[in-house]
Every structure is written in C-alpha cells, then in structure tokens.
Ligand binder design. Structure first.
Ligand code: HEM
Length: 463
C-alpha cells in the first residue's frame, strides 16, 4: 500500500502500487471489475490508482458517490478528454465526452427536453411499435419455438429502430437491412474501444504518437460512423433548410446513436440469457401477466405499476448486468478534500458499480443470487429511484449519478419495459438442447453484452 501526498502534504486516497510509467494498467487488462473489487476490499470505498500519468479515484460506496457526484456536482461533473474516445472517435463533438462548459450545458438542455416530458409522451408509440415487431420477429425467426435463435440482433434492431426514428425519423424494415448489421457492429466496436480503464493509449501520451492498432481501430470507427450517419445528418439539414419539420435531435448529437443502442439491447440480451435457467421466475411472471393483462392484449407502459414482479425482474437484471460496469468516468474541475483525502483537480472519478456497489451484501442480501424478490417492495421507476434522498434505498446505479446522469432514463425504461414484459407475455424461454449459456463471460472489456448464445423461445399460445 502506498500513502500519497501532494507537495503541500495533502493525502491522496490510498491504493495499489503500480508499475513505472504504466501504473496499474497491467492488472486491469482482463476482467478489470474483479481487480477493482479486490482493491475496494483491500483499500476501502475510496481509493486511488494511476494509469500512466493519470490519477483515478474509484468510488465503491453509495454515500461517497452521493457526496462527490451529487452534492458536489458543480465540481465533479466534467469529463477527461480521452485520446481514443473523445479525440479520435468523437472529434470532441459528442455530448458524452464534452467537458462541463457552456457547450455541454446547451447540449444537455436540448437532450433533456427531447428525452423527457411531452416529447416522450408523443413518441411512446415508437417504442410500443418496435416492441411488437420484436415479439413478432422472435416468433418468426424462432419458427414458433421449434428453432433455437440468438435474440441479440433482434434486440439490437429494436433499440436501433427506436433511436433511428427519434433522431432521424427513419427505421429499418427488416433484420437483413444493411444498416442493422452495420450499426450494431459500430455500436459494439465503440463499446469495445472505449472501456474507461482499458486503453493504455489514453494514459501514456507517448503511445499516442506511435502507430498502434487501437488508434487505427478508433480512426476507422470515426470514419465508419461518419459514413453511416453523416449522410443522414446532411439530408436532415437540407430538409430543414427547405422549411420542413424534422426531428432536430440529430443536429445536436450523434452520441444517441451510440449510447442509445447497445445499452438497452444489452439488458434485453442479459435478460434472455438469464431466463432459461430460471423457470420458476418465468412462471411467477407469467402468472402475474395473465392475472393483470390477460391473454387478449399485450402489456403496455400503463400496466407497469400493476406488474411489480415483472418490474422487479428488470431491476434485478440491471443490478446484475448493467451495460456500463464502471459507468462513464467524471472529472473534478477543482481540488477537493473529502474526509481528509485530497482529490486534486483533473482526477478521473470512476463509479465501481456492477461488481462492487451492486454486489454489496449489506445493501443486497445474497448478492450473487439472481433474485427479483429483493425489489418487490420497491415501488419506484428507476427514473424516480435516482431522485431518492436516501441513496441507500436507490434501486441501482446503472444510469450513473449527478449532473451527467443518463438523460434518457425514462426512454430506456419505456423501451426495456415494453420489450421485456412482452417477451415474457409471449414466450417461455428455454435453453437450446446441448447449448448451455455462459453467464460469466461477456463481450467487451468491462461488461456490456453476454457472449453470443441461442435459446428456444416457445410461444405461450399461437395467437
Ligand atoms: C439501459 C440503457 C442505458 C444505460 C444503462 C445508460 C447508462 C448511462 C450512463 C452510466 C451514463 C453516464 C452517466 C454519468 O456520467 O454519471 C449515460 C450517459 C448518457 N446516456 Fe445513457 N444509458 C442508457 C440508455 C440511453 C439511451 C436510450 C440514450 C439515448 C436516447 C442515452 C443517452 C445518453 C447520453 C447522451 C449520455 C451523456 C450525458 C452527458 O454526458 O451529459 N442513454 N448513460
């Protein structure tokens, strides 16, 4: 253990001793969440690590998360300009990579107005429609439960279509539409290139000047994103110049096409991967759905309050497998001393969510068990839960915290509710014979999606 201090003798949070130049990077290249969890147990809920020349503090406790990111949100709401994500892929332009300045505040205001309130009410039919198509396609491609299928591209297309409709006013009409595979690959590649602690190139400036495969991938990704969506943006601008009424979110930000696709799709994938090994949980959900909704119509957004068990299943999937296991790091714009521990300006603050905060036995008993019952007395939507004064009662931290919290929580909740409640309503989900599902492995460098799998989606009836 090292005891760090700045020139004035201020103590920086303790943490592991790293290697010269690269710091703790080699310990985080494989399953970083396990190492970060191990260090949380060893060094406590606020510890520091160095990656190259960058100081990180890792937060593993809800109360500290609240004190730093929420109560001191005026200080802890900026972003580090990461070489790969901010400079190479986004060219500094996505809302998610912008530092806390006037430009970010302007984008955030627009995002908030588009993703909530009236706009959302006016667009619920989009999510409703896409979730219906999802169920129909799962039925069709699974040949009414007789053929195993991988739900991943279907869940991906459902999220992709929702985002394409909101942002560009278009959608894909089949799974075979070339944009589906292309957009899902780009989303996945973005996730895989931008793990918060996975890119040494981000933290060792010398590497940024040398040719390396990650920078090449990031450059290619930037070009592919511009090729895929740039034309649509230009077309939107042209239509606006001609005085047509068009969705104007696209003028502001392409980040929605990234953040809004793989994230929700990944929860649906984890849900599909988990359900086959929990027939008892499916049975309870089916009973609740049949009692409240019946067999003559699909569940709707309005049914959510009356289907606590289905909601609890969704929250439990989110607790166990939130797509951003280390959230999106924040940065503090001023020096700050927290309970005697000095956090110098420009420190990167990581919320160590899924493995440590979401598996804290004091908050979630028997934390490694998939147990929706733990949420049965939680009557909040996640968008409401993020506003609870007592953060120990918050359902989970999947959407981040403070001023940078995901602006699309309600959108994500609507999408997930409609997709998952309808999949449960329509199907019994079983493992395909001889194809066990591996819930330990995932695709990416810090969480996100399960490795590809196939399941049998057996219709509960054929209407
Ligand atoms: C399950 C689905 C989703 C999850 C788990 C998720 C999670 C997150 C997280 C953890 C952050 C960073 C929060 C922080 O810095 O504290 C974030 C930011 C963001 N999310 Fe989401 N998100 C989801 C869905 C969406 C959707 C559907 C959209 C678009 C419609 C979206 C758009 C954004 C944007 C634009 C930001 C950047 C906000 C900023 O930096 O000010 N997200 N999200």
């Amino acid at each position: 253990m090292r005891r760090l201090a700045d020139g004035k003798g201020n103590h920086i949070p303790n943490g592991p001793v790293g290697l010269p130049i690269i710091g703790s990077f080699p310990f985080l290249s494989h399953y970083p969440e396990l190492t970060l969890d191990y260090w949380a147990k060893k060094f406590g809920p606020l510890y520091s690590i160095w990656l190259g020349d960058q100081l990180f503090v890792v937060v593993s406790d809800p109360l500290i998360a609240k004190d730093l990111l929420i109560t001191n949100g005026n200080i802890f709401s900026s972003r580090k300009e990461m070489f790969i994500k901010s400079k190479t892929i986004f060219h500094g332009r996505g809302i998610t990579v912008m530092p806390n300045d006037a430009r970010w505040r302007r984008h955030r205001k627009i995002a908030n107005s588009f993703l909530n309130g009236q706009f959302l009410d006016d667009h619920t039919e989009i999510f409703d429609y896409e979730a219906k198509i999802l169920v129909r396609e799962l039925f069709r491609y699974g040949r009414a439960g007789t053929e195993p299928l991988n739900p991943q591209p279907h869940a991906g297309r459902c999220s992709l279509n929702a985002m394409l409709t909101i942002v560009f006013g278009i959608r894909t009409d089949t799974l075979e539409h070339p944009l589906v595979g292309h957009a899902l690959r780009l989303s996945r590649e973005f996730m895989n290139c931008t793990g918060p602690v996975s890119n040494l190139v981000d933290f060792v400036p010398l590497l940024q000047r040398l040719p390396n495969s990650l920078t090449n991938r990031a450059k290619k990704l930037h070009k592919d994103l511009v090729d895929a969506y740039g034309g649509m943006i230009n077309e939107i601008e042209e239509r606006m110049n001609n005085g047509q009424d068009v969705p104007s979110l696209s003028r502001e930000d392409l980040a929605f096409m990234i953040g809004g696709v793989e994230s929700t799709a990944s929860i649906v994938q984890w849900f599909s991967a988990i359900m086959p090994s929990h027939p008892d949980i499916q049975e309870k959900a089916h009973a609740e759905l049949d009692r409240v909704v019946g067999r003559n119509r699909l569940p709707t957004v309005d049914d959510e309050k009356d289907l606590p068990y289905v909601r609890a299943i969704i929250k439990e999937v989110e607790r166990c497998h939130n797509p951003f296991w280390l959230s999106t790091p924040h940065v503090n714009t001023e020096d700050y001393t927290y309970q005697g521990q000095f956090i110098p300006k420009d420190t990167v603050v990581i919320l160590n969510t899924v493995y440590t905060m979401h598996h804290n036995a004091e908050r979630y008993s028997d934390p490694f068990k998939f147990n929706p019952d733990r949420y049965l007395n939680d009557h909040t939507k996640s968008s409401e839960s993020t506003r609870l004064a007592n953060v120990m009662e918050r359902d989970h931290w999947m959407f981040g915290a403070g001023r940078r919290i995901c602006p699309a929580i309600t959108v994500a909740e609507h999408e997930l509710w409609l997709a998952i409640s309808r999949m449960l309503w329509a199907f019994k989900m079983e493992e395909a014979p001889g194809e066990p599902i591996d819930l330990k492995e995932y695709d990416g460098l810090s969480g996100r999606s399960p490795v590809p799998f196939r399941i049998q989606m057996i219709p509960r009836d054929h209407s």
